[in-house]
Design a protein around this ligand. Structure first.
Ligand SMILES: Cc1cc2nc3c(=O)[nH]c(=O)nc-3n(C[C@H](O)[C@H](O)[C@H](O)COP(=O)(O)OP(=O)(O)OC[C@H]3O[C@@H](n4cnc5c(N)ncnc54)[C@H](O)[C@@H]3O)c2cc1C
Length: 432
């Protein structure tokens, strides 16, 4: 273990689920904490698709990191982009100037980005959903498609504008595709004159044999049926081979669509590559059982950046795991300082939930599994409760109730129109 004489300096990279949990765990520890995040806010990612579909505003699911940790005297927050880590020198480098910050302990929690399986050129035509900017971009494209369809006089083009493809049948793809037909039918259709907005076509494409592979087969089957009932075309065993501005290819077949969203696959932050540790195919750091990085007991990789096995299965990259890992890494630091032995990380799975459309969901609690409206209420309750500690809980509940009971979407502004160029030179919402 590192020998430390002065107040130990703990640097945390990332103010997401794992980074915030680590910082909170250290609030009474005899250390000085520096939390670095390239944005000034924490994002509650499970509700990103609600922003993407206009039910919630960006401010409903974000909170300033500085505000979250305002009562923590031993913690400073710096809005800084970490560019490089030198684990041998125990230093991280931030921003363009590559300013150096030294640490005694480092918790690396920068999360992941969506990945295009090496086909990054698809990103301009098929944005993914990971950050608040992505959600705003998806909302903008979704709403713009209806505007363009309304003003088009070419029936083929209209149909292309009214076709939406979602690539990836995991929870994000399912949530997104399940929400779109409903909004088109209930919130948008009455407002358009030349088009049948309610007849918008939504196609969900999944390469594997079924959607929601992380859920039991029967529940995933319910979800697929729910999606079909909502009007979504679910295409399984279909690998996307090309994405263009006006459509998506599955082999030789082209689905003509002007709007494609990407929800298929993640790539861990590139910061993992600086840690002198083995990475898996998704760029995740293969950590020790105590979440430390091999060869560097003073460095921990946690959350979506880390890969760790438990009982023969990979601990999933989900919020509860990120939370628990962030807290566990912090506890290991505290145990070190007390000269106690570290404990191995153990993930406690509280259960999995995924929502489909307006009021359906599936719930998997191991022995207890169910679907339908009850699961949806549970999903709602869990997500509202999770926002505890972030000030927006009441606002979210009010916005949601508005959207639920009036069938309307509160957030339908199309902003940043200037940035919208003809699709040939569309660029990704923002480059990282
Ligand atoms: C659309 C979507 C829906 C999801 N739905 C669910 C769900 O329903 N249930 C569930 O449990 N999980 C869900 N997840 C997964 C869950 O959100 C992640 O597992 C979790 O956020 C991982 O936490 P993290 O702390 O590792 O990373 P993140 O929460 O992603 O936080 C990483 C932080 O690091 C910062 N950062 C990154 N790079 C740098 C850098 N170089 N310098 C400085 N700062 C940096 C980022 O700005 C960010 O604030 C969903 C994810 C997405 C994208």
């Amino acid at each position: 273990m590192p020998s430390v004489a002065r107040v130990p300096q703990v640097v945390i990279i990332g103010g997401g689920f794992a980074g915030i949990a680590a910082a909170r765990q250290l609030r009474r520890a005899p250390v000085e904490v520096t939390l670095l995040d390239r944005t000034n806010h924490f994002t509650f990612q499970p509700l990103l698709y609600q922003v993407a579909t206009g039910a919630l505003a960006p401010s409903d699911i974000t909170a300033p990191i500085r505000w979250i940790l305002r009562r923590q005297r031993n913690t400073r927050v710096l809005m800084a982009d970490v560019r490089k880590i030198d684990p041998r020198e125990r230093t991280v480098f931030i921003d363009d100037e590559m300013r150096a910050i030294s640490y005694d302990y480092l918790i690396v929690a920068p999360g992941a980005r969506h990945a295009y399986f090496g086909r990054d050129e698809w990103e301009p035509y098929a944005p993914g959903l990971k950050a608040i900017e992505d959600a705003s971009e998806i909302r903008r494209r979704f709403l713009l498609a209806f505007e363009n369809a309304e003003k088009s006089e070419n029936p083929v083009e209209r149909e292309e504008y009214l076709t939406f493809v979602v690539v990836g049948g995991g929870p994000t793809g399912v949530e997104l595709s399940g929400a779109l037909p409903f909004i088109a039918k209930k919130a948008l259709a009455p407002d358009f004159r030349s088009i049948d907005a309610g007849g918008a076509r939504v196609v969900l494409i999944e390469a594997g044999p079924r959607i929601l592979p992380s859920f039991p087969e029967d529940l995933a089957g319910h979800a697929a049926q729910d999606l079909r009932d909502l009007g979504v075309e679910v295409r399984t065993r279909s690998t996307v081979t090309k994405v263009e501005r006006d459509g998506v290819y599955i082999g030789d077949e082209k689905i003509r669509a002007r709007t494609t969203f990407w929800a298929a696959g993640n790539k861990a932050s590139s910061l993992g590559a600086f840690l002198d540790a083995p990475l898996d195919r998704a760029g995740r750091v293969q950590v020790n059982p105590d979440l430390s990085v091999p060869g560097h007991p003073e460095v921990f990789a946690v959350g979506d950046l880390a890969v760790i096995m438990q009982d023969g299965r990979m601990v999933p990259n989900v919020c509860p795991a990120a939370n628990q890992q962030g807290a566990a890494a912090a506890k290991s630091i505290i145990r070190d300082l007390r000269h106690q032995a570290r404990k191995n990380f153990r993930y406690f799975n509280k259960g999995d939930l995924a929502t489909i459309g307006r009021s359906r969901a599936i719930a998997d609690f191991g022995k207890v599994k169910f679907s339908g409206r009850l699961a949806w209420f549970l999903w709602l309750f869990v997500h509202i409760m999770y926002l505890v500690g972030f000030r927006n809980r009441l606002s979210v509940l009010l916005q949601w109730s508005y959207a639920y009971f009036t069938y309307q979407r509160g957030v339908r502004l199309i902003t940043d129109v200037e940035r919208y160029k003809p699709p040939t030179d569309q660029r990704p919402p923002f480059q990282r």
